[in-house]
Ligand binder design. Structure first.
Ligand code: SAH
Ligand code: SF4
Length: 344
């Protein structure tokens, strides 16, 4: 198997090169070429031919090449189709905010979790992404925009905690000087609630943000839309959240897609308030985005307001999230992996 050199930090590249009989100082040169977006080892002209040949034979330079861009006419949000080194595709989204550019990247080609409201969940699963492929999505978006990306959210295709080791490697690398140097405080991970990994993540005490996709206040309704709830019920998810808050002293964001007639009654709001009372958290209400075949409708404006008001009255911090890129299917849950080469 070829070595994924772009998932390595400087110390690891050094070890890799010295283990294979090359000088340690070459690692800095290799890393510098990676930072300059070299697409092949042949471009690394200050390396001796012997080292270049060795790398060509034993390593590869991961990529996430933009092969299609769709731009929203409503808010200038852009959706990218990235092609990975092995010909798989993932999607990502570039959002423009007053405070700068934010990119939403994918962590897997598809997703195994099967949430009923999510296009990714409906499109099956192929494989997990490497750290280098997550970084490459950010870098490709940055080069496309011609401007530095300041915030990253792991809310594209895939479940980050179903690809835990690569995601943690990504976080450590992308926030370091060996890579894009995007501070952990500017990165947010979203999970559907893989409880053991949430606890592992809390133990790392990283300064990165955590969002938890809740979408229902009780096991009966949550299991209906999120199969993962049958494995890790709400009580365990909430305990893991409390543990995370205790460990990191950081606020958690709960994502809650408002689906008409499914999870948006007054009763659901009261139960959600009871569940979250006293927790250091924020509730992000997202009128459910349209997904072909899901058969769900957004809650009416009246229901959205009633829902927020009940939460607010109970002292829970809640807002309805503005949807970006709705005309190009770039909103939460609308990214999918069903691409054929011919579609591009
Ligand atoms: N797998 C992770 C992260 C990717 S999904 C997770 O589930 O958290 C990013 C967010 O979009 C999650 O909060 C997810 O629940 C939400 N989402 C999925 N489908 C949606 C839809 N149709 N409308 C609104 N939000 C949706
Ligand atoms: Fe996977 Fe998240 Fe979609 Fe659920 S909502 S299917 S966990 S990407």
């Amino acid at each position: 198997m070829l070595t994924d050199i772009k998932s390595m930090n400087l110390a690891e590249i050094s070890a890799y090169l010295t283990d294979n009989g090359f000088e340690k100082f070459r690692a800095k040169q290799v890393l510098s070429w990676i930072k300059q977006d070299a697409a092949s080892f042949d471009e690394m002209t200050n390396l001796p031919a012997k080292l270049r040949d060795f790398l060509k034979e034993n390593a590869y330079l991961a990529k996430a090449q933009i092969v299609r861009v769709q731009r929203s006419k409503i808010d200038a949000t852009e959706k990218f189709l990235f092609e990975l080194s092995d010909g798989e595709f993932v999607e990502g989204v570039l959002m423009r905010y007053h405070h700068g550019l934010s990119v939403c990247i994918s962590t897997q080609v598809g997703c195994k979790m099967g949430c009923t409201f999510c296009a990714t969940g409906k499109s099956g699963f192929s494989r997990s992404l490497t750290a280098s492929e997550m970084i490459a999505q950010i870098r490709s978006a940055e080069l496309h925009a011609g401007e530095r990306i300041s915030n990253v959210v792991l809310m594209g295709m895939g479940e980050p905690f179903d690809n835990y080791d690569n995601v943690i490697r990504f976080l450590r690398l992308v926030s370091s000087e060996d890579s894009l140097h995007i501070g952990m405080r500017h990165i947010t991970i979203s999970t559907c609630g893989i409880v053991p990994r949430m606890r592992d993540f809390a133990d790392l005490e990283l300064q990165c943000g955590l969002s938890v996709s809740l979408h229902a206040p009780d096991d009966r309704s949550r299991s209906r839309t999120m199969p993962i709830n049958r494995r890790y019920p709400i009580s365990q998810v909430i305990e893991a959240c409390q543990y995370y808050i205790k460990k990191t002293n950081r606020r958690i964001t709960f994502e809650y897609a408002l689906i008409s007639g499914e999870n948006d009654s007054d009763d659901h709001a009261h139960r959600l308030a009871a569940l979250l009372t006293g927790m250091l958290c924020h509730v992000n209400l997202i009128p459910v985005n349209n997904v072909t075949g899901a058969g769900y409708q957004k809650s009416t404006l009246k229901r959205q307001n009633a829902f927020v008001n009940i939460l607010s009255a109970a002292g829970i911090n809640a807002t309805v999230r503005r949807t970006l890129g709705s005309d190009i299917d770039a909103s939460c849950g609308q990214l999918k992996r069903n691409f054929m080469k011919g579609d591009v």
